[in-house]
Design a protein around this ligand. Structure first.
Ligand SMILES: Cc1cc2nc3c(=O)[nH]c(=O)nc-3n(C[C@H](O)[C@H](O)[C@H](O)COP(=O)(O)OP(=O)(O)OC[C@H]3O[C@@H](n4cnc5c(N)ncnc54)[C@H](O)[C@@H]3O)c2cc1C
Length: 240
């Protein structure tokens, strides 16, 4: 976040609260799954596609998408592969750590009622907003596919949950795509963008949701443009 955003948060009435880490778990080599308890003054669940801005180390704001939310808590997926300030805070913060959070802000809603299949593209922690959106696609009875790019098998976030949904609901397809797969991996390899040119017709008739770091979102948008997916069917949350 820019210096301007930081100052704006300090001097405006943006909603904020003190959250306390109630669970923290390492996923693979580069992701921390962090669950934050809400104070009594705030109640969830937050809207789908929301993000929050914790002041890490008490003064450094960083935005994180909400992967799960209920009445008393919410869960974030924090990538620490970049080794930055926010990443190191959540990688090392123990249960019981209290932090000020601004938000929730919701600028990435799920679009109900279009009747179109849903295709979700994410890399690494970009999958966060899609955990609950997949549930909504299931509730709407629509076909849905999640392409999730990760370096290695151990880095696939929320794998058990997505596999369970795909078993219970055959219209949901979970496609983990590994860029640095070990020889034992029998699933998809390469990059999530590869699947756009392989399935142009499906892309054109679907609502497409993209979430991740700018190089990934720009790559997916470029590939969608090449296969002529209408812009009104494309929704993006860019991590930066
Ligand atoms: C709306 C929104 C939602 C976001 N949601 C999430 C989320 O759910 N999970 C999440 O991990 N991040 C998310 N981000 C990005 C997050 O706010 C931070 O920018 C990012 O985690 C890096 O902050 P840092 O302090 O750890 O590293 P910085 O000190 O800012 O950067 C250190 C290095 O990390 C690299 N880097 C930046 N972003 C990422 C990233 N996401 N993954 C790996 N390397 C990175 C940078 O290129 C740089 O080289 C979101 C950003 C926005 C704007």
């Amino acid at each position: 976040m820019s210096l301007f955003s930081t100052i704006r948060h300090w001097f405006t009435e943006a909603p904020h609260f003190n959250g306390t880490i109630i669970a923290t778990e390492r996923i693979g080599s580069r992701i921390q799954k962090v669950t934050v308890g809400l104070p009594n003054t705030v109640s969830g669940p937050f809207n789908l596609g929301s993000y929050v801005v914790p002041y890490t180390w008490g003064c450094v704001p960083r935005a994180y998408s909400v992967a799960k939310t209920d009445a008393r808590s919410f869960t974030l997926l924090v990538s620490f592969s970049g080794g930055g300030t926010g990443a190191r805070f959540f990688r090392d913060a123990p249960v019981g750590t209290a932090t000020k959070f601004y938000g929730p802000f919701d600028d990435f809603p799920y679009r109900y009622g279009t009747g179109r299949p849903k295709v979700f593209f994410a890399t690494s922690t970009g999958v966060a907003p899609f955990r609950m959106m997949v549930d909504e696609a299931v509730k709407e009875g629509l076909p849905a596919t999640l392409y999730l790019g990760s370096p290695k098998e151990g880095d696939i976030s929320l794998r058990d949950e997505f596999e369970r949904i795909s078993q219970d609901y055959p219209l949901f397809t979970f496609v983990p795509v590994l860029s640095k797969a070990d020889p034992s991996w029998s699933g998809a390899t390469g990059y999530v963008t590869d699947f756009i040119t392989k399935n142009p017709t499906t892309m054109r008739k679907s609502d497409i949701y993209i979430c991740g770091v700018p190089p990934m979102t720009m790559g997916v948008l470029g590939a969608l443009e090449k296969v002529q997916v209408p812009k009104k069917q494309i929704f993006v949350q860019k991590f930066g």
